[in-house]
Design a protein around this ligand. Structure first.
Ligand SMILES: [Zn+2]
Length: 163
């Protein structure tokens, strides 16, 4: 028997976030601080509702824009990285990796409960927040949710969640 599946996808310049980061890799390496003009794409799969909609595009765009705005023009720091130490000291955040140390204004950082600010984990982070909001505010759980994070042209990672 044939099966049908519908997908909606949003991606545009309003899902761009320009943020600072650095990642650790190979266990004992750490990038220099730099930034990207990241762009998110959000894709939902699921059945159609009685109005023949899977999910309203405008609502999906607005949620995506709000979530990416929370990262835009911030320094992104991973709080679960075993090699990067993060300490909030008054209005500052002290960040250290081995003998390197950075100090940022707390108000210019976003502390993310992830292990590394890779495109993969940023995708998962946004997907988890999106799923929460879809379920709590819109009583909607998609069959599949994908969040793609493009770090630079032609270079992206996708996180996929399935019901
Ligand atoms: Zn990078």
């Amino acid at each position: 028997m044939a099966t049908e599946r519908y997908t909606v996808r949003v991606t545009k310049d309003y899902l761009v976030f320009c943020s600072g980061h650095f990642i650790t890799y190979d266990g004992d390496q750490c990038e220099r601080l730099h930034g990207h003009n990241y762009r998110a794409a959000i894709e939902l799969e699921g059945p159609l509702d009685p109005s023949y909609y899977l999910f309203d595009f405008v609502t999906l765009k607005n949620i995506g824009r709000r979530l990416t705005d929370e990262l835009d023009h911030f320094m992104m720091l991973p709080t679960r990285n075993p090699h990067i130490k993060i300490k909030e000291v008054g209005p500052q955040v002290h960040v250290s990796y081995k003998d390197r140390e950075w100090v940022f204004p707390r108000s210019e950082c976003v502390l993310l409960p992830i292990e590394n600010t890779t495109a993969e984990l940023l995708g998962r982070y946004l997907a988890v927040k999106l799923l929460e909001e879809l379920e709590q505010k819109h009583h909607f759980v998609p069959d599949v949710l994908r969040v793609e994070i493009e770090e630079s042209f032609g270079q992206s990672a996708t996180y996929e969640w399935r019901k």
